[in-house]
Design a protein around this ligand. Structure first.
Ligand SMILES: Cc1cc2nc3c(=O)[nH]c(=O)nc-3n(C[C@H](O)[C@H](O)[C@H](O)COP(=O)(O)O)c2cc1C
Length: 196
């Protein structure tokens, strides 16, 4: 194999973004619900999403900057300190894409798309009814890194759809059917699972 050496410093921001997000694939997607100041619910997808720790359960995702200021999710997290990270079913690709559009800060994607929610137990933002696994989280840290903010969420409660978890805490991936992101408007499903 031969490789082309690329110094990211030689690229513009868009080029760096494309190379990084096109290479670190497939990415799971955090579909994040946060509480708006008037009590309605904001929803947006974030695929720069990782497990930070299992003890305690910490999940993280990174929010990039916007020229006009913070993205709405970050604004709400700074004020409320709570969110639900909803996992993304493969049947929702178009909806996930649509909920990433820059609507005004006063627009609730939940209301705009008529999405059904379920009340959370430990946090105020509700969960997405279409999501098979949801994590109620309290913000543990907001860490400014480069031009982005890493949101670290402490998982207070997990909700797992009936039938997905067995007695030894394995998730049935075939039933779960999560959607992953490749980049741009391209997504992937778990088409083949390989056991080694
Ligand atoms: C599948 C998907 C994943 C995304 N992942 C990220 C991400 O990890 N970080 C980010 O800053 N923006 C990401 N975006 C863009 C945000 O969803 C978009 O900026 C959105 O308008 C933010 O909404 P908000 O202002 O309500 O938080 C992603 C978009 C899509 C479609």
């Amino acid at each position: 194999m031969a490789w082309e050496a690329v110094d990211l410093a030689d690229l513009d921001r868009d080029g760096r973004y494309k190379l990084l997000t096109g290479s670190v694939i497939p990415r799971p997607i955090a579909w994040v619900t946060t509480r708006m100041p008037d009590g309605r619910t904001n929803l947006a997808p974030y695929s720069q999403f990782i497990i930070i720790s299992a003890n305690p359960g910490l999940l993280g995702f990174s929010i990039g900057s916007r020229s006009a200021g913070d993205k709405d999710t970050l604004t709400h997290l700074k004020r409320e300190g709570e969110m639900v990270i909803n996992t993304t079913p493969e049947s929702c690709a178009e909806l996930i894409q649509e909920t990433s559009r820059e609507f005004g800060s006063d627009v609730s994607e939940i209301d705009k798309f008529g999405l059904e929610t379920v009340a959370s137990i430990k946090v105020r933002p509700p969960r997405l009814a279409r999501s098979a696994i949801q994590f109620e989280c309290r913000v543990d840290q907001l860490i400014q890194l480069g031009g982005s903010t890493l949101v670290v969420g402490h998982v207070l409660l997990m909700h797992i759809a009936d039938g997905l978890r067995n007695k030894s805490n394995h998730i049935d991936h075939k039933l779960y059917r999560p959607l992953g992101r490749i980049g741009g408007r391209r997504y992937t499903r778990l088409s083949e699972i390989i056991d080694v």
